[in-house]
Design a protein around this ligand. Structure first.
Ligand code: ATP
Length: 433
């Protein structure tokens, strides 16, 4: 296989050689007896020139008939030309898989709505601005995997279907599992905990499901969670450091390998943060937000509050991140580790450019206390069968966190909607394609 950018545009040695180029026709133009196609693949575009007296009649007619966005394979000779990219292909043979001339969306001029584009994602992905998003997203996941592998973590793959509904609550999808009821996981939490009790340092990149009925620009019903879990920690400090170092590594890789996609998107690559990220407690954060006149309901941070904390961190620490630590047990799951004699937990959220991208903390590993915390959350310990029982057998102190891959991609690329960076988003209204 050859790709336009790597094999034709940048390689002078291909001049006068025969190549096979595959892609889609994105422009057709004729000048007298000459017809031009511009062919785009996922790396770049190149001109194909059909001159009436240079190519057989049949080939010329095929070129004329071909509709925009038809898939084409072109075999031909590369030569220099006065055109964008400096080269063109003189075809010997073409194979056209035609596109219907009436297109449901317009991926070339970006005039379609996001909803229409998502319905026709395969067409939408031919827009270089769209494919660039998914190349960056892939680099983020790859760098995450590289970083934690380099730190001795074991990659795990845990089930998405289970009898346990991890966090409890209403946001869980029920599925029929033969003659039983099962749930789609809200996170790999319970299984990564079981895994860490033997493997000590684990990570997983996988799906998480939330039956959240509301439609927002930052929530999906299925998202990709990048999780870690580490045994033998005494407080949350190592978890903060793993997160900061992973983010530094990921941002470094994006700067190293992603520049061409950031250019296509007209977005600056993210600044690699040097210093430790600023950190404030949940209590301080709530006070800070209230003092700025932002309405607070319950114990969660409202989105407007997240934004003022971002402004504060940027202005005072020149940092786009801020940690919020020590959350109340009331808004954390049953497995959160409380401070001694306190209803505050050893936990943290990380905000990036004013949006929560990471949640985690130290976990309760003492069987009796874990069981009591389930009861405190009105959960029935007997529903947690072998998960809970595992804590009877020398469970190590441990903790971890999860970064939403969709969320961090959205923030890095300043996208207005999380669906832009999710190939086939699932939300309350969308189960197709
Ligand atoms: P939020 O408060 O924003 O609804 P959450 O507190 O429910 O999120 P967690 O359960 O802590 O989120 O999940 C860990 C991470 O997974 C979050 O920091 C976020 O990056 C991501 N995440 C959570 N829920 C969603 C969702 N519905 N869609 C996309 N990403 C999500």
């Amino acid at each position: 296989m050859v790709y336009i950018k790597d094999d034709i545009e940048s390689l002078d040695e291909k001049i006068d050689e025969e190549v096979r180029v595959c892609g889609w026709i994105i422009r057709k133009r004729s000048v007298g007896k000459i017809l031009f196609w511009r062919v785009l693949d996922s790396t770049g575009e190149v001109q194909v020139i059909f001159k009436k007296d240079e190519v057989p009649d049949e080939l010329f007619e095929t070129a004329q008939r071909a509709t925009l966005l038809s898939a084409v394979e072109v075999k031909g000779i590369v030569r220099r030309a006065q055109t964008k990219g400096g080269k063109e292909i003189v075809p010997k043979e073409v194979i056209v898989t035609p596109s219907d001339p009436i297109l449901p969306i317009d991926p070339l001029n970006r005039t379609s709505t996001l909803a229409q584009r998502l319905n026709y994602r395969a067409l939408d992905l031919r827009d270089p601005k769209v494919s660039a998003i998914f190349k960056i997203r892939s680099m983020i996941a790859q760098a995450f995997r590289e970083y934690f592998t380099s730190q001795g973590f074991v990659e795990i793959h845990t089930p998405a279907i289970s009898v346990y509904s991890a966090e409890g609550g209403a946001d869980v999808f029920e599925v029929k599992y033969f003659d039983k009821n099962a749930y789609l996981r809200q996170s790999p939490q319970l299984y990564k905990q079981l895994a860490v009790a033997g493997l000590e340092k684990v990570f997983e990149i996988g799906p998480a499901f939330r039956a959240e009925k509301h439609w927002t620009i930052r929530h999906l019903c299925e998202f990709t969670s990048m999780d870690i879990e580490v045994a033998w920690i005494n407080d949350i400090q190592p978890l903060l450091e793993f997160a900061e170092n992973a983010i530094r590594y990921i941002f470094g890789k994006l700067n190293e390998n992603g520049r061409r996609y950031f250019e296509i998107l007209g977005v600056e690559p993210p600044k690699v943060p040097e210093k430790p990220f600023p950190k404030i407690t949940w209590e301080e954060a709530m006070k800070f937000i209230k003092e700025r006149g932002i309405a607070v309901e319950g114990k969660d941070l409202p989105p407007a509050g997240e934004r003022v904390l971002y402004e504060y961190s940027k202005d005072h620490y020149d940092c786009e991140f801020i940690w919020i630590v020590d959350w109340p047990f009331e808004v954390r799951p049953f497995y959160a580790m409380k401070y001694p004699n306190s209803e505050l937990t050893q936990s943290m959220d990380l905000l990036y450019r004013g949006l929560e991208i990471l949640t985690g903390g130290k976990r309760e590993h003492r069987y009796e206390i874990l069981r009591a915390q389930m009861l405190q959350k009105n959960l029935r310990p007997e529903f947690f069968g072998y998960y809970l029982e595992a804590f009877k057998y020398g469970f190590p102190p441990h903790g971890g966190w999860a970064i939403g891959l969709d969320r961090i991609t959205m923030q890095i690329l300043n996208l207005g909607n999380i669906r832009e960076c999710t190939l086939f988003p699932r939300d309350p209204e969308r189960l197709e394609p």
